[in-house]
Design a binder for this molecule. Structure first.
Ligand code: ATP
Ligand code: MG
Length: 879
């Protein structure tokens, strides 16, 4: 059975069990401070488990793109070395939100695996949670009883907290789980050791395929467990592992999910898969990593130097190095995998096909830049490993840091290479070095959060900010946080007009009023579906009825910029083409910044054209058409441009300014009609990353002020030029005049030089067979001095020449000695000039036959000449 069919049949099975099938959420998570990437199918439903929001359906199933390379779930070190852990993988899942529980979850899982997919019953094992004393939790008796009615007791294993109690992160929803494992070994092996003994023992052919989690608790910041408002089911099955089992393979990489990639890479490298352990690992790593890289870029995350962007960069560099060292790929190669990969996910994850060129371009650029330093870094590392092999067997933190800082080697890459050589790295030392660098830049201060303290229970926060800028409000909960050494308070209101930072638009500021007492809100941010108001202090009476008031002028200026961003986006697609996609945006009360995919610098004409269209749309005073709660499919039919991929249950809102011009999915706030924007002015256009351009622009008063400033500059220029009729012509004339004058000066200088030379020629003295020229003079520039010295060298034999020159008020000395004298008398112009330079408080040097020195003391020139005479006299008389 092909993998495409497996995925399809999974979804259809649960559809038949009344599950709504939803799309995968993006891999990259934007407004959850506890998680950078989706690491399990349940992430996008977190709020449903916590009771912060209600799902549209109590039963849901999907395939979710997951990435496990950071945080609590990090499989990176296993990937490629083993055959069943990936960085990016698909998790097939079914969910019950307060609906069915353990019985259905277990029975349906069994039915799907053994009837739909016909997996051999006697090769399947189930695990149940055996209890934990620390958390004061008993054995999961219900799950045990359910399994006992399905399989013989000797195929049930008891798991500890690590294996059978699922937690998403340090805090959040969690619960006991029951896993299904499969034994894929040949019969002969099974006869020797029963599969049961190998469950959870990291055996590559006795692997977990499905985890059924029974969500019952919320893990608090202090470590305690609190019962959730309702009981839920959360299951996750590794799609690639399932394919391995159904296709009767013993490695995920042998399934049709990976073999096209492996074959393509092996072919390019002219190697065969399965012949050599080292090249096999490299092939697996690359075929795995390209998926993680491509999908995250498709979801809007570009490789960069921090946070999620750095995770991608690390994975990419790891892949590049595997190719470089083990497959002899010395040129960018990862990007060439894109067509194969995109083709495989055609119809499943269309984001790869639609952005294929862009993703390839970004990857290629990253590869090129890393390949530039990779070779040098590896050579350095080679020397170091050789030293460490015979010595401490540890690579010092300082060196690991240097490799990181200078050669772009992520820590894990260095430690991987160290491991390959039987060495380890000093992680503490590396961290210290990083810390030193960090404290230099004084950033990244940790944020510590306390638990929420509830004041008033609410089911869901009501956001009123699309229709109002003030409202009554009560505090629902609050918590104290430490940020960069300061105490702040996070406040959640039952309802609020404050817009929380998202979609590039900054959060509102304003205040909460309780009578005369005002609490300033300095920012508003989102955490999952919560709208969090930031305050430096708490109101005195937490249970008061507040008036929540948004800073209106700031909000309006921000709206101007946000709506203008939409007009800009549409104009760019008109002028540059529909490959233009939003890659990032920042909208505040001062400016707007818009990043978009485009491959070349915009011409002045294109920029002008875009500006013109936007200003035209502003003058048309197009009314805002705002539609809330639009189902995603319908929004797409309206032609809406999605931003970073929406996820199930998101607030899908469609913002239209003329349905034939700009239709976007957007949660931001906007002007009621485009006329409010006043005017639009682009102030810069440049590159931010491979294939990504950035425009900065101003609107309304800011645009006006910008243009007034420009006018002012022009006026000043005109005044300086005595108000000419044609400013440009006047400046052109000035530039031309300047060129001519420069030329004239050069000619004059040349003439001056010639005359000096004639004067000096007369001063050459013949002494003891030497021709001496030791003089003070004046010259227009250093070049003239050098020129003079070389001319004398060519024209006068047996020359020892010292010229002490005043060059536009600065002293300079040149010493020139004929080559034969240098040899025969061991003379050295460099040594001489250094000695003489002391007189002009300066220094210099050069070759034995020619040297120069500059100095600070112009009045020292005569002494320099005297000293030169003495020196040379002693030299010439000795011989
Ligand atoms: P393992 O112990 O094998 O790492 P896990 O306990 O971390 O698995 P869960 O967090 O329960 O796995 O995830 C649910 C399912 O997702 C697993 O049963 C497995 O099939 C799959 N899975 C987990 N991690 C990976 C991975 N890194 N690559 C591929 N599939 C995975
Ligand atoms: Mg795991």
């Amino acid at each position: 059975m092909e993998s495409k069919e497996i995925r399809q049949r999974f979804l259809e099975f649960f559809k038949r069990k009344q599950h709504e099938i939803v799309a995968s959420a993006p891999l990259v998570i934007h407004n959850d401070p506890t998680l950078m990437f989706t690491n399990a199918g349940m992430n996008q439903f977190k709020d449903f488990f916590l009771g912060n929001a209600d799902p549209s359906s109590k039963r849901i199933a999907d395939t979710q793109k997951c990435l496990r390379v950071s945080g609590k779930h990090n499989d990176l070190e296993e990937v490629g070395l083993d055959t069943y852990h990936h960085t990016m993988f698909e998790m097939l899942g079914n969910w019950s939100f307060g609906d069915y529980f353990k019985k259905e979850a277990i029975e349906w899982a069994w039915e799907l695996l053994t009837e739909e997919f016909q997996l051999p019953k006697d090769r399947l094992y189930a695990s149940v949670f055996g209890g934990d004393e620390g958390d004061n939790m008993p054995l999961d008796q219900d799950a045990l009883n359910l399994w006992k009615s399905i399989i013989p007791e000797d195929r049930i294993v008891y798991g500890n907290k690590k294996d059978n109690f699922w937690e998403m992160g340090e805090t959040g929803p969690c619960g006991p789980c029951s896993e299904i494992h499969i034994d894929l070994r040949p019969e002969t092996e099974v006869e020797k050791i029963p599969g049961k003994d190998l469950v959870n023992m990291d055996h590559p052919q006795v692997v977990e395929i499905w985890n059924l989690v029974f969500m019952q608790f919320n893990r608090m910041a202090n470590g305690s467990l609190v019962k959730l408002p309702a009981q839920h089911v959360d299951t996750g099955m590794g799609f690639e592992r399932l394919a391995m089992a159904i296709q009767k393979k013993t490695s995920n990489y042998d399934t049709d999910v990976f073999s096209p990639l492996i074959n393509f890479i092996a072919n390019k490298a002219s190697v065969d898969y399965g012949k050599d352990e080292k090249t096999d690992i490299a092939l697996r790593v690359i075929s795995d990593h390209i998926r993680a890289i491509a999908f995250t870029i498709a979801d809007g995350q570009l490789p960069s130097n921090n946070k999620a962007g750095y995770v991608i960069r690390r994975i990419l560099r790891r892949a590049v190095r595997y190719g470089y060292t083990f497959l002899d790929f010395k040129e960018p190669f990862l990007y060439q995998l894109l067509p194969v990969l995109a083709g495989q996910f055609d119809g499943v994850f269309p984001e790869l096909i639609s952005q294929q060129d862009f993703i390839a371009k970004v990857i290629r650029e990253e590869e090129t830049s890393f390949l530039r330093t990779l070779d040098k870094g590896l050579t350095k590392l080679d020397v170091i490993t050789k030293q460490a092999e015979s010595g401490s067997k540890i690579i010092e933190g300082k060196i690991v840091f240097e490799l990181y800082d200078t050669y772009g080697f992520p820590f894990d890459l260095t430690s991987l290479i160290a491991r390959e050589n039987g060495l380890s790295v000093d992680e503490e030392g590396f961290k210290n070095e990083m810390q030193v660098q960090k404290s230099r830049s004084k950033k990244d201060a940790a944020t510590a959060k306390g638990d929420w303290i509830e004041v008033k229970h609410i089911d869901e926060v009501t956001f009123l900010g699309y229709d109002a800028v003030t409202s009554s409000a009560q505090i629902s909960k609050y918590r104290e946080v430490e940020e960069k050494g300061k105490t702040l308070y996070h406040i959640v209101l039952d309802q609020t007009p404050f817009y929380a930072e998202s979609g590039g638009q900054v959060g509102d500021t304003g205040y909460l009023a309780d009578g005369n007492q005002k609490t300033t809100i300095i920012d508003t941010k989102k955490e999952n579906n919560l709208i969090i108001h930031f305050a430096k202090e708490l109101p005195k009476n937490l249970e008061a009825n507040f008036e929540a008031v948004v800073n209106v002028s700031k909000r309006q200026l921000t709206e101007n910029n946000h709506s203008a961003t939409h007009l800009l986006h549409a104009a760019l697609r008109q002028v540059l083409g529909t490959h233009v996609q939003q890659k990032g945006s920042l909208v505040n009360d001062k400016t707007l910044r818009f990043d978009f995919s485009h491959f070349s610098k915009m011409t002045d004409e294109e920029i002008l054209e875009v500006e013109k269209i936007v200003n035209q749309k502003i003058r048309e005073n197009i009314q805002l058409n705002e539609q809330r709660n639009v189902p995603i499919e319908e929004a797409k039919n309206l032609g809406a441009m999605a931003l970073f991929g929406e996820k199930y249950g998101d607030f899908v809102r469609v913002i239209t300014f003329d349905k034939n011009y700009s239709v976007e999915l957007c949660g931001g706030t906007h002007v009621p009609a485009t006329g409010n924007i006043g005017q639009f002015k682009i102030i810069s256009e440049g590159s931010v990353a491979a294939g990504v351009r950035r425009i900065e622009a101003l609107t309304a008063e800011a645009a006006e002020n910008y243009q007034l400033k420009q006018n002012e500059v022009l006026q000043q220029v005109n005044e300086l030029l005595n108000n000419p009729k044609d400013t440009v012509k006047a400046i052109e004339a000035l530039v031309k005049e300047k060129l001519e004058l420069t030329k004239e000066i050069e000619e004059v200088n040349l003439e001056k030089g010639k005359q000096q030379k004639i004067l000096l020629q007369q001063k050459v003295q013949a002494v003891n067979g030497f021709n001496l020229l030791i003089e003070q003079t004046e010259l227009p520039n250093a070049d003239a001095l050098k020129k003079l010295a070389f001319e004398f060298k060519n024209e006068v034999e047996n020359l020892i020449m010292v010229i002490a020159a005043n060059i536009a008020g600065k002293p300079q000395i040149a010493v020139m000695i004929s080559d034969n004298l240098v040899k025969e008398h061991a003379l050295h112009a460099g040594n001489m000039v250094r000695e003489l330079a002391k007189e002009i408080k300066g220094g210099g040097g050069g070759q034995p036959f020619f040297a120069t020195a500059g100095g600070k003391e112009i009045n020292g020139l005569p002494q320099a000449v005297t000293k030169a005479k003495e020196l040379i006299e002693s030299m010439t008389s000795h011989s």
